[in-house]
Design a protein around this ligand. Structure first.
Ligand SMILES: [Mn+2]
Length: 468
């Protein structure tokens, strides 16, 4: 029970020592921002008011800026477990008395020997799966919940973090995410849970568009408006329903959703290899979660779309706006929606670039394309790689790698449709880690979505061929 005893130790460290100088670093994605929201609220309820900072990642470029010598306690959330040796080496090189360090994280732990002054709280220590059972905000939430059951109102943040990190990969939340966090949120009537279609965009775009951009299976509906209209008409006739082209998924009844889903399933069956069919249901049907204090039809009702909004801001290094929205300050709403629109415009423009101006190179087991920072901004190239599966020349049965040229070095983004990753048991994170380390870079992420930074692209593709 290493994780639980570390949680106890961390709690003791934070609460019982009455440190004057505390600083909290959190990651910048949806999970990181929600970790921040949980910690800030929990600690202020305890009368503790640390300094807070956001950090994109701990690496050799950023670690020198962390003022370890100025604080008694440094807390990292949703990052840190993978950089313990680096932190220790940095502190040793500073010739200072080490501060106490607490890490609340769910990423892979990597260290040779745990320094005595660091407490690393990570569910993987008890054999839990940090990709689907608990996220960074979830670890922070369990810390808060351990202090007082009155903190259970913060469960909504932990759920948002989990969805932001795609921990509902298998169609629904599982493990501690489900048995503790979702249960708390349901008990307090903060969220609803219901069986649903797995199409993205239940409150913010018509069913029509959701079908159009479904990228797990390429069917004749992919990116084809008139066929989608025919498909919806077919469903209506067969099931005697009246779904219109402008209906949003949230407006459909459960029966209508089931009708659309089963007809869509039947269609997909004709397009996927036979061995993949058993995995089809879980990319079409799943569970969706909604925040009951937000109106239907808004960007903040479904956890998935809310999470997209937060990421749209943080990708452009805007953290204040999503954090305020998370705390319930809706006066930032128009700012956030403005950023979301800008983000969507960038995506649309970049998709045109991929369609018209970029060559997709086909290899035996994967495909890749190269772009410069001017063609597609480095901060969205991963999303574009994922969306590119709706384009004809991209093979939806193979993973895709995007190599984007930065001012210095290259950013690599890898994506693979969920269905493909289930059916072929593909682990892109392993492949990208291997190839990027071979060329002197660093990489990581999930099986089906990950990234890396490399100094030189020469030989990178060769190493990928060895590992994919
Ligand atoms: Mn995370």
């Amino acid at each position: 029970m290493e994780y639980l005893s570390n949680m106890q130790k961390a709690t003791n460290e934070i609460l019982n020592h009455k440190y004057d100088n505390i600083i909290v670093y959190t990651h910048i994605d949806t999970d990181g921002l929600n970790s921040r929201a949980v910690l800030e609220e929990t600690l202020s309820r305890q009368g503790i008011f640390p300094e807070y900072r956001f950090l994109r990642q701990i690496d050799y470029g950023t670690i020198g800026d962390i003022p370890f010598g100025d604080y008694d306690l440094v807390i990292f959330a949703d990052l840190g477990s993978g950089q313990i040796d680096m932190i220790d080496a940095q502190i040793k090189s500073m010739n200072i008395k080490p501060p106490k360090i607490v890490i609340f994280d769910h990423h892979l732990c990597q260290f040779k020997k745990m320094p005595e002054y660091i407490t690393n709280v990570n569910p993987s220590q008890d054999g839990l799966n940090g990709s689907i059972e608990l996220c960074g905000a979830g670890v922070c939430y369990l810390f808060a919940r351990g202090l007082s059951l009155d903190n259970r109102d913060l469960s909504k943040y932990a759920l948002l973090g989990a969805i932001g990190d795609v921990q509902n990969l298998n169609g629904k939340l599982e493990g501690l995410n489900r048995n503790v966090i979702l249960k708390d949120a349901l008990d307090l009537n903060l969220v609803s849970k219901s069986p649903d279609l797995q199409f993205y965009g239940k409150h913010t775009r018509p069913l029509f568009t959701s079908i159009k951009y479904f990228t797990d299976v390429r069917t004749d509906l992919t990116d084809n408006d008139s066929r989608i209209i025919n498909f919806i008409n077919h469903v209506n006739k067969k099931y005697d329903s009246e779904i219109t082209n402008t209906n949003y998924i949230y407006q459909l009844s459960e029966t209508q959703k089931r009708a659309v889903g089963s007809e869509f399933f039947k269609k997909c069956v004709r397009y996927v290899p036979k061995e993949w069919i058993p995995y089809l249901p879980k990319v079409i049907f799943g569970e969706s979660y909604e925040l009951l204090n937000h109106e239907t039809g808004t960007s903040f009702r479904s956890l998935e779309e809310y999470s997209t909004c937060i990421n749209a801001c943080s990708r452009y290094s805007e953290y204040e706006v999503p954090l305020e929205i998370l705390k319930g300050n809706m006066s930032y709403e128009s700012k956030m929606l403005k950023m979301l629109r800008k983000h969507k415009r960038n995506l649309a423009k970049s998709m045109d670039t991929i369609k018209n101006d970029v060559e997709v190179v086909q290899k035996d087991k994967f495909q890749y394309f190269e772009v410069s920072n001017n063609e597609i901004q480095g901060n969205i190239v991963g999303i574009i790689a994922g969306m590119s599966y709706s384009i004809e020349k991209v093979d939806w049965k193979k993973p895709i790698f995007a190599i984007s040229e930065l001012d210095e070095g290259y950013k690599i983004s890898a994506r693979c449709p969920k269905l493909l990753s289930f059916a072929e048991d593909i682990n892109l994170a392993k492949a990208i880690n291997y190839a990027s380390e071979k060329v002197g870079g660093t990489g990581g992420g999930h099986k089906f979505a990950c990234g890396a930074y490399i100094p030189d692209k020469k030989d990178f593709v060769k190493y990928l061929v060895e590992k994919v």
